[in-house]
Design a protein around this ligand. Structure first.
Ligand SMILES: Nc1ncnc2c1ncn2[C@@H]1O[C@H](COP(=O)(O)OP(=O)(O)OP(=O)(O)O)[C@@H](O)[C@H]1O
Ligand SMILES: [Mg+2]
Length: 246
């Protein structure tokens, strides 16, 4: 059974007289340990898909299954618990709390889940080292560079040992060198911690780090690229984007 699976996943928004269909019958599955990229033009439904996969929002129709369990069968409390314990989120704009230190930001999901940071100090320190910030634990976000803040957000996403990490344009705001460092970090983390990562990106170079790329257009999956073992080249991704007019 796949770790994550969707069936005819659809999300529409009613805007006065107009119905906006953000996601239109998406069938998609992710295996444990995979690193999957989701690409597509602005407005194609990428963030919507990520939010539904993480239980941040609920579909208009269709289903999301996590470990074979349908999210729609769970109540709000169960979804909240699942989100806190099994899913890590990395957003484009880091979403760090400005008054907390880097280490406290990393430990925040534990606090929110009713656990104490002191019990998990070692894991927090290990994660800070993994993202190359072992010597920045006491810095506040405004004392860190953008790339460092994004690395704090990555460490935070892994602190609750999630089964799945959902990343929305994790390198969108970074220069290419910091972006590359983040992508290599995600790739390595996926391997070393056995995590499953689903990453939304506009950038063919970022997507080339994934095992698989899924292309969305107008809320539908219009193409899939698989890694044949030799990696997915930037050029192949760019060719698909041109062919599909993405
Ligand atoms: N809360 C909302 N209410 C109404 N329409 C929405 C809402 N959220 C998203 N949409 C619409 O759904 C479509 C998909 O939005 P979504 O944010 O998933 O796109 P995206 O692929 O992530 O785009 P971008 O690359 O610009 O982030 C868009 O047309 C958007 O206007
Ligand atoms: Mg988006």
């Amino acid at each position: 059974m796949s770790l994550l699976e969707t069936q005819s996943l659809t999300k529409s928004y009613q805007m006065g007289q107009v119905t906006v269909t953000a996601l239109d019958g998406v069938d998609f599955s992710v295996e444990r340990g995979e690193f999957v990229a989701i690409m597509g033009p602005s407005g194609s439904g990428k963030s919507t898909l990520l939010h539904l996969l993480g239980g941040l929002d609920s579909p208009s129709s269709g289903e999301v299954y996590l470990n074979g369990e349908s999210l729609s069968m769970l109540g709000d409390d169960a979804i909240t618990r699942l989100r806190r314990r099994k899913v890590g989120f990395i957003f484009q704009f880091y979403n760090l709390l400005p008054t907390l230190s880097a280490a406290e930001n990393v430990g925040l999901p534990l606090l929110i889940d009713g656990q104490t940071m002191s019990r998990h100090r070692q894991r927090i320190e290990e994660l800070m080292s993994l993202v190359g910030l072992g010597d920045r634990t006491d810095h506040r976000p405004d004392q860190l560079s953008g790339g460092q803040q994004q690395r704090v957000a990555i460490a935070r996403a892994f602190v609750n040992q999630p089964e799945i990490v959902l990343a929305d344009e994790p390198t969108g705001n970074l220069d290419s060198r910091s972006g590359t460092a983040i992508l290599e970090l995600l790739r390595r983390t996926c391997r070393e911690l056995g995590a499953t990562i689903i990453m939304v990106t506009h950038d063919p170079r970022a997507a080339s780090y994934a095992d698989r790329v899924v292309f969305l257009k107008d809320g539908q999956i219009v193409h899939r690229l698989e890694n044949g073992g030799e990696g997915i080249s930037v050029q192949r991704i760019a060719e698909v984007m041109t062919a599909l007019e993405l």
